[in-house]
Design a protein around this ligand. Structure first.
Ligand SMILES: C=C(OP(=O)(O)O)C(=O)O
Ligand SMILES: [Mg+2]
Length: 557
């Protein structure tokens, strides 16, 4: 008998397959003493378990690319470092602890030392605990922590996923994600969308799903079906097989151009954007060049890093965002620790006042990279609040010969006084992730506030409309580069509000393009009016979904 569960729809698409649940956390081993005759065997067991974990992590790190590879490489390096295993071996010999308890205690001591050293070393504590859990799991014969790796495609069922788990999701085997926790802007949701994996979060009753049982999920509708009818599964699988692709030119049904661009954070992302036929880059997050370092990268280093991305887009637009340090992206040499409210503090363009040299050198590097490559380089600043900040940024760009200088609209003040801002800026790009956070006064990192944190909030849509009107008054183009741009149902609404470019994770391009190609500009305007007429985000989304139901059903969204 099938049973339908409901949750929050966060990443569209349908999928069906056997459920695989996340393993339980590895339990803390009890402190028991070994007989002295068992010590040598225990030391051997410990060494074998540590080696097996090291080999497994090294192999996995070699199989993935991008963020997942970086994360796994760190964990693999910790597993390969003999310190932890040697400390544990000493505890087995000296205190006759079981190998699992010895590794637990050795890891605890190591974590303590790392935490005393402060960032960035203290950030390795999580990796040490991860390695510890893997060795303990190997020793006591339970499933290792993290996303399981069966040798067949599956639907992953979990309470919620940790950032390190989500980074290792492989879209070729993870057909869909179902979680009982999390919210629409949780880490799981953002990553599932980025990877194009259908996902439903906050599903009531998903804790009951058992390993191996067949589940079907509809990430656009927010539905999970346990034990679905075989013909329903076959239909979902057929749609999956006929995955759409993007032809590289975004437009509405009546031919209004809507540029469909990619968000790129490093050279690997540039490759993914090209493979997905993105028209260019609407948001090049330059932080990759700065993060994880204790000193500012030299101009020459920055030039080389930017060129690797620009080189992928000859004669195409690449919107380079200047450094967005602070709040969720702290950088020791730019931002200061200890601000009571970092999201409201010195972040983004505001750091140009406290560390003017950093922006100046970055603009110099962008200009040099632009000169050396063929991409059409636009530059924009994050966290702009006022017309005066805009004017100063545009002037700074101009001093470096960077002609097309714009701003992100992610602070409500800039949206409300958009006409003043666009008296100076050449273009705008709505950073909806932050715009939502600041409009709703809801920390973007908090799962508990997920219901508030949606671009369908009428107040957010009002600010999008105002921003577009202010830009249009000066004939300036407006785009969206926050997560909202990847929502295929929202696309027509944004276009109806005046947006003419959408920049998103490459995996979302095909769905966004397919929906846009099925609605005319007038219909987009009608959908925008419909959304704005609602006083609630869920009703706004439902009203728009109902209005374009045949299109969504046809496209399997
Ligand atoms: C695109 C955005 O920038 P980030 O997520 O990097 O703050 C945004 O705020 O929407
Ligand atoms: Mg932002």
């Amino acid at each position: 008998m099938s049973m339908t569960l409901t949750g929050a729809p966060v990443s569209p698409g349908r999928a069906a397959g056997p459920a695989v649940t996340m393993p339980d956390p590895v339990p803390e081993p009890r402190t028991t003493r070994l007989g002295s005759a068992d010590v040598e065997a225990a030391v051997e067991q410990l060494a074998a378990a540590a080696a097996s974990v090291r080999d497994d992590l090294t192999e996995r790190a070699g199989q993935v690319t991008g963020t997942a590879a970086d994360l796994l490489a760190v964990t693999a390096a910790i597993a390969a470092d003999p310190t932890l295993a040697a400390d544990a071996e000493r505890l087995v010999r000296a205190d006759r602890l079981t190998p699992e308890r010895a590794i637990w205690d050795a890891a605890r001591a190591l974590v303590k030392q790392l935490e005393k050293l402060g960032p960035p070393l203290s950030e390795r504590s999580r990796d040490v605990r991860d390695v510890r859990d893997r060795i303990v799991a190997e020793l006591i014969g339970v499933r290792p922590p993290g996303v399981p790796r069966p040798d067949h495609p599956f639907v992953l069922v979990a309470d919620d996923l940790a950032p390190a788990d989500t980074a290792t999701l492989d879209p070729d085997v993870v057909l869909g994600v179902v979680t009982s926790g999390g919210g629409p802007t949780s880490h799981t949701a953002i990553l599932a969308r980025a990877l194009g994996i259908p996902a439903v979060v906050a599903v009531r009753g998903s804790e009951e799903i058992r390993d191996g049982e067949t589940v079907l999920l509809d990430g656009g509708a927010g539905i999970v079906v346990r034990d679905p009818a075989p013909e329903t599964v076959a239909a979902a699988q057929q749609r999956e097989a006929a995955r759409r692709s993007f032809d590289g030119r975004g437009r509405t049904a009546d031919g209004t151009r809507v540029e469909l661009l990619a968000n790129v954070a490093d050279p690997a992302g540039a490759q993914a954007a090209i493979e997905a036929s993105a028209e260019g880059v609407g948001l090049f997050r330059t932080e990759f060049c700065f993060l994880g370092r204790s000193t500012e990268p030299a101009v020459s280093e920055q030039v080389a890093a930017y060129r690797r991305v620009l080189a992928a887009f000859p004669r195409r637009k690449v919107v380079v965002r200047t450094l967005d340090a602070g709040a969720d992206k702290p950088l020791p040499f730019v931002t200061s620790d200890g601000e009571p409210n970092p999201a409201l503090g010195v972040r983004g363009l505001r750091t140009a006042a406290t560390r003017p040299g950093v922006l100046d050198r970055q603009l110099q590097a962008i200009a040099t990279a632009a000169e050396a490559e063929n991409a059409e380089v636009w530059v924009m600043a994050p966290m702009v609040a006022t017309a005066a900040e805009t004017a100063e940024f545009v002037a700074a760009c101009s001093r470096h010969g960077l002609k097309t200088a714009g701003v992100m609209i992610e602070v409500p003040a800039a949206a409300l006084r958009s006409a003043d801002v666009f008296a100076h800026a050449a273009f705008g790009s709505l950073g909806t992730n932050d715009l939502i956070q600041y409009t709703l006064a809801a920390d973007r990192m908090l799962g508990e506030l997920a219901a508030l944190s949606t671009p369908w909030q009428p107040a957010v849509l009002d600010l999008v409309r105002l921003s577009c009107e202010g830009a249009a008054a000066h004939g300036r183009p407006m785009g969206v580069c926050g997560e909202a741009a990847a929502d295929a149902t929202l696309g027509p609404v944004l276009v109806g509000l005046g947006v003419r470019s959408l920049s998103m994770t490459p995996r979302a391009l095909a769905d966004v393009a397919a929906v846009l190609a099925r609605v005319t500009l007038d219909e987009c305007r009608e959908l925008a009016r419909l959304a704005l007429a609602q006083d609630d985000p869920v009703e706004a989304r439902n009203a728009v979904r109902d209005a374009i139901r045949p299109v969504l059903t046809d496209l399997g969204l």
